[in-house]
Design a protein around this ligand. Structure first.
Ligand SMILES: [Zn+2]
Length: 305
């Protein structure tokens, strides 16, 4: 099991009081510093290339993000997405982590990888930063797997409490990618209805405020995991947001740490059934520091098995 991260991901700072704080990643990395994670192979994330970004983002958008390096303070891109002096570098490393992780698991040793990065990615559309996201890390990884490794079937499982609207936008007419998302509805960004189906490759499964372990597991076990197995993915990608936890301040689902261990073990089973075990997970949301650290630890512990 490989862990990709980079110090610049701790320096991206959207400003005081912002939910998507450097403390989030610090909490995750500190939790992964325990002895039980000593066997993890830790790798410094490289920068994504412009060419790799252009597979999913418009050139004008990429150039605008690359050119936005404030000397101090923050620049606001949308209501809740801001860039600080270190943000461009962090965004390049976050997307680069996902690409490097795909290259690693596609190699002869296969295996699993977790990208402990920020900014997160799944709200970023081809031409717009939104919801704390600059580049769509998991989408860049999927596009890399299609183009560079010639895969025909890549699955993206997104269990962040918010709908991965950016990932959906990017792949809604790409049948080689199956995008499956469970998320709370209604909730930001107010997309992800069941009737948004792409070319049959988008599966949206809304949960209601107050839903918890039972509803989440029934949804994945009864509907989403069977769809994923039927697709027979050659690579499993995961948008791993931990903000459906009951203590999370941004949403109203009621998952516990054990639910993240559960869904992770099911996705690992999926990867072993069809993809030679190849699985890459990238950190998305999770805004209660303790819940995030415990949930990400549970996730990584399952990826080590
Ligand atoms: Zn989220």
């Amino acid at each position: 099991m490989r862990l990709y991260t980079h110090p610049s991901c701790l320096e991206h700072d959207p400003g005081p009081g912002h939910a998507e704080s450097p403390a989030r990643l610090r909490a995750v990395l500190q939790a992964l510093d325990q002895d039980r994670f000593a066997a993890i192979d830790r790798i410094e994330a490289p920068r994504v290339t412009r060419e790799q970004l252009l597979r999913v983002h418009d050139a004008a958008y990429v150039d605008r993000i690359l050119a936005t390096v404030p000397a101090a303070g923050t620049v606001r891109l949308d209501e809740d997405t801001l860039m600080s002096p270190a943000s461009t570098e962090a965004a390049l490393r976050a997307a680069g982590a996902a690409v490097a992780a795909v290259d690693a698991v596609m190699g002869p040793r296969g295996g699993h990888a977790f990208c402990a990065v920020r900014p997160p990615g799944h709200h970023a559309t081809p031409d717009r930063a939104m919801g704390f996201c600059l580049f769509n890390n998991i989408a860049v990884a999927a596009a890399h797997a299609l183009t560079e490794h010639g895969l025909k079937r890549v699955a993206i499982a997104d269990f962040d409490v918010h709908h991965g609207n950016g990932t959906q936008d990017i792949f809604e007419s790409e049948p080689r990618v199956l995008f499956i998302s469970s998320h709370q509805s209604p909730l930001y960004p107010e997309t992800g209805r069941e009737d948004e189906r792409g070319v049959g490759n988008i599966v949206n499964a809304p949960l209601s405020p107050g839903d918890g372990s039972y509803e989440f597991r029934e949804l994945w076990e009864g509907a989403l995991l069977p769809r994923l197995h039927a697709f027979k993915p050659q690579l499993v990608l995961v948008s791993a947001g931990f903000d459906a936890h009951r203590n999370d301040p941004l949403a109203d689902l009621r998952l516990g740490t054990e639910d993240y261990a559960w869904i992770t073990s099911r996705l690992v089973d999926l990867a072993h059934a069809h993809a030679g075990g190849r699985l890459v997970s990238s950190l998305e949301g999770g805004y209660d520091l303790q819940a995030l650290a415990a949930s990400a630890s549970a996730h990584v512990a399952e990826l080590m098995l």
